[in-house]
Design a protein around this ligand. Structure first.
Ligand SMILES: Nc1ncnc2c1ncn2[C@@H]1O[C@H](COP(=O)(O)OP(=O)(O)OP(=O)(O)O)[C@@H](O)[C@H]1O
Length: 300
């Protein structure tokens, strides 16, 4: 669902700065990373369904979802509007509760994982606080977690550098382009070094050239940080370019139609999009979307 930047979204950004207990010193990194190792399952979803009760009756947003995500994977959710991509990501982030089924994140409930700061969340709109500079936006989770001011400064510097925004820390969000704002919100999500990055169509509102550039940067960032990434998109080329695994979803009710491995290797220049291997996977995703979607239903 397209959720423009709103008070609710800013509130959610604040809610995600909640934490279970103030970790201190050396305790911090083990507290955040948990005990997990490479190749280990970080998200395990079994028979999960979610029904929204609305004034017009129940809406089955997710039905019988089964999904397994390993540490270090880049997993995209793709599908037509209303198929439940955002809802599924919000369940992982503990922003929605499932009606039935089970889910673990880093071996914990989503709530425990949120409180242990297992993930950083990047919204569709950058959700930066307009009255704070870019560095102060990045500092927000660190302030709530009571990082020392030296540690805070170093993390701001490192993460600005990671998203190529060194030198822009003192600017306000409105002084930056849309692409730069999104990079700043990625830096904020990464500031406390979470295991996982949850990204809800972060580049959907940007023009294609900027988007290509950010996709390249995101791949580099992913390779450098080795984070597990969950990424919502409507774009087939974006999903194929970025992912190790593509979850094709279909609507009414929202469900997983197919899970496609995307084994293009770690080295992916933009030109890879013209390669036979890339086009083959893109075709498979398009077919999956077509088969999982009845176009007649959309207009009924
Ligand atoms: N808070 C809510 N209350 C009631 N219904 C909701 C709520 N959030 C989502 N829905 C409904 O659940 C279904 C799935 O919505 P969701 O936003 O997850 O889809 P999506 O695939 O992310 O869509 P889009 O691509 O348009 O962002 C839709 O029918 C939507 O209208």
């Amino acid at each position: 669902m397209n959720r423009p930047q709103s008070d609710a979204q800013l509130r959610e950004a604040i809610m995600m700065t909640e934490y279970q207990s103030a970790p201190t010193g050396a305790q911090k990194s083990s507290h955040i990373h948990g005990a997990s190792q490479a190749g280990e399952c970080v998200i395990d979803i079994k028979k999960l369904s979610l029904v929204f009760e609305t004034n017009d009756g129940p809406v089955q947003a997710l039905s019988d979802i089964n999904l397994h995500v390993n540490r270090g994977e880049f997993v995209s959710f793709i599908g037509p509007s209303g198929c439940g991509k955002t809802t599924l990501m919000r369940v992982v982030a503990d922003l929605e509760k499932p009606s039935s089924g089970t889910i673990t994140v880093n071996g914990m409930t989503p709530e425990q994982a949120r409180l242990k700061r297992s993930y950083g969340y990047v919204f569709q709109a950058a959700a930066l606080f307009p009255w704070r500079t870019i560095e102060d936006n990045i500092a927000l989770p660190l302030e709530v977690m009571k990082f020392s001011s030296t540690d805070k400064k170093e993390r701001i510097r490192k993460n600005l550098d990671l998203v190529n925004l060194s030198g822009f820390g003192k600017k306000y969000p409105w002084q930056l382009s849309g692409g730069m704002q999104q990079r700043a919100s990625i830096a904020r999500a990464l500031s406390f070094d979470p295991d996982m990055l949850l990204m809800d169509e972060p580049f959907g509102a940007l023009d294609e050239i900027v988007r290509d550039h950010l996709n390249e940067q995101l791949l580099k960032l992913w390779a450098a940080t080795k984070k597990t990434v969950i990424f919502v998109t409507h774009s087939i080329p974006e999903a194929v370019f970025l992912s190790t695994k593509i979850v094709v979803m279909s609507p009414r009710p929202g469900r997983i139609h197919e899970i496609i491995d995307c084994d293009l290797g770690p080295d992916r220049p933009l030109e890879i999009r013209e390669s036979e291997a890339f086009l083959k996977i893109a075709h498979q995703v398009r077919e999956g979307l077509r088969l999982g979607h009845s176009y007649d239903e959309v207009h009924s």
